[in-house]
Design a protein around this ligand. Structure first.
Ligand SMILES: Nc1ncnc2c1ncn2[C@@H]1O[C@H](COP(=O)(O)OP(=O)(O)OP(=O)(O)O)[C@@H](O)[C@H]1O
Length: 572
């Protein structure tokens, strides 16, 4: 029942190509008919032409065989084309829906799901569905109709020989089905193992600096070699089974044809069968061989392809319909006031990261959140950035629950600069204009100037058009930070959230960024997470978090606690 539902849903993806698809299947039926009729034409050529010495009839049937052969080729081409075209169309939309759904997912989904699995959904699962909708369904329909047509004509000629043919069909299908059952788990392991090897290779390329700095190439090579060895032995196992089963159906066929010869020969002598009919039987056996083999695989594959489809539907269905709630509003002229009201946050691992936080940040106030590692500092920023839903309580901006603000509007008001802004493999201009692709070059330059990265960009050979990231110009940590800041500034946000902006910078780059941040943050509410005291001189207020709770919160100019530390920081 569930399977039929999945199949039905998958077929809805054919949409406008449903006619192509149905026509493709109809052509496949015609193709089965043209294959199934040829042995009968051979029989007539022999019995009505050759045996009676009437050569014009023999030539007539030869021409008919030629005609059906040509038609068969044409049907094979057009059926295949139409089915593949509609399958590709369906899978294109399925892939788009899955990708869009992944993009709509909340942050928690990414915490819980392996990225490799998601990539496999979009690549492997969709590939399997394409194969199912084009190749498997075609083979299934072709085989069933060809077997049906063949049995129909065989019954008309001789019951005993038809019985032998039926027995052969049953044995070959059973053999192939058992082959599929035996070999499939091995192929699954091969696929999984290939993934493991790919992930070791990817990690060893991505982590090359760590590997080289620790001189652990040998260790990584050993791990790779172990997994590679396992893949080798799995492939050998699969080859043994394939070699064994690959020939078994031919043996069965050979035996069946000998038996047919024996009984057929006797029947011809007893005048209950003609030579043409025996030749037709033998031709049927040869014609059916390949569809029979394919059928064994197809039956098992239907279930697996639908399982792939249901994995994709699961990703699609688990994504929220839209990021905004239906009653979402737009915040005009935001002031930038932030408020946490009894906010609790629990990660999917069960970790309670925030425990009942209550605080207010005034418009245009700058605050530094500090505290020991793992205390919940970054989690506070992620909640203001609306990456997670509080377990309990509310986060408000200008008195409005942030969940009620339209996301487009929200992203213009609140900019989040992660610890290591991700640099896409595109030009610097595109990297800065990520959230506002239609931004003019003037706007981009203005943001880059404020982030104090304009001079660096101008010094590059292709300026703003220089491609950065993989295989492009490699940016330093400080340059990445500034590109990230320019990217955030482009939408002129009222609130800016900086997650550990100086953690990866050397002392000199750190002090120049801290200096520049004074200008960058002017007129904005700024929440900065850091353990570096150098940032304390930028802010009006310092909040200390420990174990998900605020343990200190004081105005820097009035408070005592940080004044001492500030001096210590300045003296650094
Ligand atoms: N996505 C997540 N899934 C599960 N647990 C998480 C996640 N992010 C953070 N945590 C856990 O929640 C706690 C608070 O994390 P958070 O990143 O807010 O700390 P932090 O104070 O910013 O730490 P650091 O200074 O080391 O960056 C930590 O124990 C952390 O392991």
């Amino acid at each position: 029942m569930r399977t039929m539902k999945q199949l039905g849903r998958l077929l809805t993806y054919l949409r406008t190509h449903a006619i192509h698809f149905s026509l493709g299947l109809l052509i496949v039926v015609l193709m089965a008919y043209t294959s199934g009729i040829i042995p009968i034409l051979i029989k007539n050529a022999i019995d009505k032409g050759i045996s009676t010495g009437n050569y014009s009839i023999a030539i007539y049937y030869s021409l008919l065989i030629l005609l059906f052969g040509v038609l068969n080729g044409m049907f094979s081409f057009s059926g295949r084309y139409l089915l593949i075209k509609s399958a590709q169309y369906a899978v294109y939309h399925l892939r788009m829906d899955t990708f869009r759904a992944i993009q709509r997912q909340e942050m928690e989904f990414f915490d819980k799901t392996f990225s490799g699995q998601l990539i496999s959904r979009i690549t492997n699962d969709t590939e399997r569905i394409t194969r199912f909708l084009s190749f498997r369904i075609r083979m299934f329909v072709y085989s069933i109709f060809l077997i049906g047509i063949s049995l129909y004509y065989m019954f008309g000629m001789n019951i005993l020989l038809t019985g032998i043919a039926l027995g052969t069909i049953a044995i070959v299908v059973a053999l192939n089905a058992s082959y599929a059952i035996k070999v499939r788990p091995i192929y699954d392991r091969i696929r999984h193992q290939t993934g493991t090897i790919a992930s070791i290779a990817t990690q060893s390329i991505a982590g090359v600096k760590t590997i080289k700095s620790l001189s652990v190439e040998e260790n990584i090579k050993d791990k790779f070699s172990k997994e590679n060895n396992y893949l080798y032995s799995l492939n050998i196992d699969a080859t043994k089974i394939t070699a064994l089963y690959g020939n078994a159906p031919f043996l069965v066929l050979g035996i069946a044809m000998s038996v047919m010869f024996y009984y057929g020969g006797m029947a011809i002598m007893g005048n209950t069968l003609t030579v043409g009919e025996l030749v037709a039987f033998l031709t049927y056996m040869l014609t059916l061989m390949w569809p029979l083999r394919a059928l064994g695989f197809t039956i098992g594959d239907i279930q697996r392809s639908l399982a792939a489809a249901s994995r994709l539907f699961e990703v699609i269905d688990s994504a929220p319909e839209s990021i905004d709630s239906p009653d979402a509003i737009e915040l005009m002229n935001p002031k930038g006031k932030i408020e946490f009201k009894n906010v609790w946050l629990k990660y999917h691992t069960g970790k309670m990261a925030l425990r009942g936080l209550n605080f207010k940040i005034n418009a245009e106030e700058r605050i530094l959140i500090t505290g020991p590692p793992g205390s919940g500092k970054s989690t506070i920023l992620k909640l203001i950035a609306r990456f997670y839903k509080p377990e309990r309580g509310k986060v408000l901006i200008d008195g409005i629950d942030i969940r009620k603000i339209k996301s487009k509007n929200f992203r213009k008001i609140v900019a989040y600069v992660p610890q290591e802004p991700f640099i896409f493999n595109r030009s610097i201009r595109e990297n800065i204009a990520l959230a506002k692709p239609d931004a003019s070059l003037e706007e981009i330059i203005k943001a880059a100037k404020t982030a104090k990265i304009h001079d660096f960009i101008s010094s590059l050979p292709q300026g703003y058009e220089t491609v950065v990231g993989e295989k492009g110009v490699t940016l330093s940590g400080g340059e990445r930070q500034r590109i990230g800041i320019a990217r955030a500034l482009l939408s002129e946000p009222k609130i800016i959230l900086l997650d550990d902006p100086v953690s990866n910078l050397d002392a000199h780059t750190e002090s120049s960024l801290v200096e520049d941040l004074r200008d960058i943050l002017r007129g904005k509410t700024a929440v900065i997470v850091s353990q570096r005291l150098s940032l304390a001189k930028l802010v009006d207020r310092v909040m200390v978090v420990k174990d998900g709770r605020i343990i200190e919160d004081e105005n820097i100019k009035e408070g005592k606690m940080y004044r001492d530390m500030l001096w210590a920081g300045e003296g650094k």
